[in-house]
Ligand binder design. Structure first.
Ligand SMILES: [Zn+2]
Length: 312
């Protein structure tokens, strides 16, 4: 069947909804399957070129530029993506789509009476400074709990955020700071209980990195204020707490920690873009397999979620 498709998972093409996102003055690659003889009809606000073995070098340059804007050039995720594009060169028609004007548009290809279309949102880049605090809590009884992560993980964490939100929503992050943090939680019984949202909010959240847009606190274990979650976001403070081993329900092959980490940051991104809803809308939904789902979750951002974190 003639259709638009993604060249790699989670890279800006939501094939199920016939939708893709492109950065303003940046690029996204989309595959056009089974489309021999189909010609480009219409594509306002976009500059479209076919990727062939001859034009690949030029394409590679454009993709490297795009990954650099998302702070991903050289990251494993970007290398895997480029390998995937290269691997499909002879098998599919691949299109390099450049966004030249902000807003909604579509790409249409046709052959005779048959046509195929994908809707496109061209969105400007959004960038945030993020800080990571690697937390050790101690109490007056002499107990302590420390996250298993440390500063050496900061670049990996940054890559996870940039890969999740860069290609899929044109939102990227710079590292503002990554530092250990030790907090005395006084008489809180660390031996008997995971760190609670109440203690976190009272004693830890305020120790965020003040000049960052958002701060992620990595903690060994955690139970949210409503006792339902093992990680939690606090939009008022622009901080979140993420536990080392959150028991999130994820699609096979997905990393529970990485999905939970992206989930909490996604709460903050939604609240930045939808300030009037921050107090009333949870930001969760029931679309299985998509980030923020109350069912099985992954780090995939679909059209509806993308529209909440980078409004076209
Ligand atoms: Zn949530």
């Amino acid at each position: 069947m003639t259709q638009f498709d993604e060249v790699a998972p989670k890279a800006g093409v939501d094939a199920a909804n016939k939708f893709m996102v492109v950065s303003l003055n940046g690029v996204t690659v989309v595959a056009l399957d089974d489309a021999k003889g189909f010609q480009l009809q219409d594509a306002k606000k976009l500059d479209i070129s076919e990727i062939t073995t001859k034009t690949y070098a030029k394409t590679l340059h454009a993709m490297h530029d795009q990954f650099a804007k998302w702070n991903l050039d050289g990251a494993d995720q970007a290398k895997n993506y480029l390998a995937s594009v290269h691997g499909q060169l002879s098998a599919s028609r691949l299109l390099l789509v450049k966004g030249t004007a902000h807003g909604e548009t579509a790409i249409q290809f046709a052959s005779g009476k048959n046509s195929v279309k994908i809707r496109v949102a061209v969105v400007p880049p959004k960038q945030f400074n993020v800080a990571f605090k690697f937390v050790e809590v101690t109490n007056n009884a002499g107990d302590s709990k420390k996250t298993k992560w440390d500063k050496a993980k900061a670049q990996d964490f940054l890559n996870v955020l940039n890969w999740t939100f860069g290609p899929q929503a044109n939102v990227s992050f710079n590292l503002a700071d990554a530092a250990p943090l030790s907090v005395n939680v006084k008489d809180f019984p660390l031996k008997d209980s995971a760190l609670t949202g109440q203690v976190f909010q009272n004693l830890i959240a305020g120790q965020k990195y003040k000049s960052a847009d958002l701060t992620v606190f990595l903690v060994k274990d955690y139970i949210s204020k409503d006792k339902k979650g093992m990680s939690e976001a606090f939009p008022d403070e622009m901080v979140c707490a993420v536990a080392d081993d959150p028991p999130n329900v994820v699609l096979k092959g997905e990393d529970k920690f990485e999905v939970t980490f992206a989930h909490e940051v996604c709460h903050l991104l939604q609240d930045i873009q939808q300030p009037s809803e921050a107090a009333t809308v949870t930001g969760h939904h029931s679309r299985d397999g998509i980030l923020m789902s109350t069912g099985k979750e992954s780090s995939r951002v679909d059209e509806a979620l993308m529209r909440r974190i980078n409004v076209p």
